[in-house]
Design a protein around this ligand. Sequence first.
Ligand code: 5RP
Length: 223
Amino acid sequence: MTQDELKQAVARAARDYVADRLPVGAILGVGTGSTANFFIDEIAAIKDRIGGTIASSEATAKRLEGHGIRVLDLNGIDAIGIYVDGADEIDASMAMVKGGGGALTREKIVAAVAKTFVCICDASKRVPVMGRFPLPVEVIPMASAYVSRELEKLGGKPKLREGMVTDNGNLILDVHGLSITDPVGLEAHINQIVGVVTNGLFAQRGADVLLLAAADGVQTYTR
Ligand SMILES: O=C(CO)[C@H](O)[C@H](O)COP(=O)(O)O
C-alpha cells in the first residue's frame, strides 16, 4: 500500500470512530495536514450528524467549508467532543511531535479544549524516541534570533522555515538534532523561553486514542 492509501484507510477509520462515538449535534475538532485532509473528505458523508467543527488552521477551515461543513468560532463554544488530527511522530506514551504543517499553536489550543484527542497516522510515524523529525517551534518574529540561541543551548540546531508565516503571523523554527527522551519536560522547558508561542511537542496533552494504519489494517491504541 502507498502512504496515501494508508492515510485514506486511517481517515476512514476515524470517520467511523466519530460516527460511533460523537453524540449527534456535538462539536468536532479537525486537524491540519494531508492525513487530516483525507479525514475532512471522509466526514463530508456524516456532516449532518455533526453540530459544527473547530478548525485548527485556515486551510482546514477552507476545506471543511468547501464540503458545506459548518466551521465555528472556538470562543463561542464550551466543549469539543473529539479532536482528530495527524502527527509527525508519536511515541509509546502517546506523546507527539506536530507542526509539520505549521499549525501547531491552533492545534494545541483545539487539543486543550477537546475531551478526546484521536491521532491518525500511518505506521511510519510511530517511533521509539522522537526527534528525527525536526521539532517545530512557533516564535514571535522579533525574537527568532534570541530563541534560536536558547534552543542551541539545549543541543538543537534550529533552522528558520523559509517562506513560512503562520496563521497567527509568526515564524517557525525547525529544531534538528534533538533526541526527545523527556517529552513532557522538554515541552515545558521550550515553552518558557521568552518569544516562544508554543512548540510542537504534544506531551503534557498527548493523544488519548491512536488509529494507526499499516498494510495489514488499522489498529486502535488507547492511552
Ligand atoms: O501537525 C500537523 C500540521 O501542523 C500535521 O498533523 C502533521 O504535520 C502531520 O501531517 P501529515 O498528515 O501531512 O503527515
